[in-house]
Design a protein around this ligand. Sequence first.
Ligand code: NDP
Length: 277
Amino acid sequence: MKHVTLPCGETVAALGQGTWRIGDDPARRREEIDCLRRGIDLGLTLIDTAEMYGDGLSEALVGEAIEGRRDEVFIVSKVYPHNASRRSMQASCDNSLKRLRVEAIDLYLLHWPGNVPLAETVEAFETLRRAGKIRHWGVSNLDTALMRELHDVPAGPAVQTDQVLYNLGRRGIEWDLLPWLHQRHIPVMAYSPLEEGRLLRHRGLVQFAKSHGMTPAQVAIAWLLARDGVIAIPKTGSRERLGDNALALEHPLTMGQVQELDALFPPPKGPVPLEMI
Ligand code: NDP
């Protein structure tokens, strides 16, 4: 497994597991739990969830999946922007901890920017950290301007990641956000690395994958893994597709392949507003 170092010095798996829409369908529950456990076996030990996902169903399913394996995993969860205040964050975090059945969340993120001032959110994160309820904190969906603002508030530089939309077809962050984060050794957590599955039907990607003996999902993931300071969190509830995704680790892209993909999916030629799903 490739690892990525967080600013705090801890290392995490560069390939993790997303869990949006997991736990929504009771008929798929067993398979989804089995899949997350199998993912841990394969080294995909970073698991991303949020209080928003299925209104807590995703966190509850993750809690069940990691039972007896707490020490093997690195749990990332997220707080709604409207709960990211001095008043509400504590209760949100307590509820997430209960659903996840853990004593502490490894990395707790602001899900997207809202109306609560960033300084207040950071203060609330730091209070939880001192209480031992979260080990680290970070953000999601913050553009470069907001990252600068965050970095300037007291304790702002303790941010550990910015989780953003990033995949072959969404390279806007390479213009300014990614370099800004790299300079500060803050890794990016790439969400929707398969564009929710849509990227896998891209004709150029399908042809590229076929000609290099890979699947489109393996190419999309291997492309992210080829970049420094990037953590990818694809979601799947299927054991078969999990195996497909994990094989990306065994297909590191060559410089030539990366250049070929640049021609198919060009990097940005100027600033692009941060995109969100
Ligand atoms: P992904 O890009 O990970 O795509 C997931 C979709 O692709 C699912 O429908 C899955 O279906 C399918 N899929 C997975 N692997 C394969 C494969 N090998 N072949 C074919 N299809 C495949 O989308 P997500 O939006 O789920 O993003 C990943 C994670 O990022 C989320 O689960 C969540 O944890 C996080 N996220 C964070 C956001 C934020 O605002 N911070 C926003 C969006 C996502 P199936 O399950 O049936 O295999």
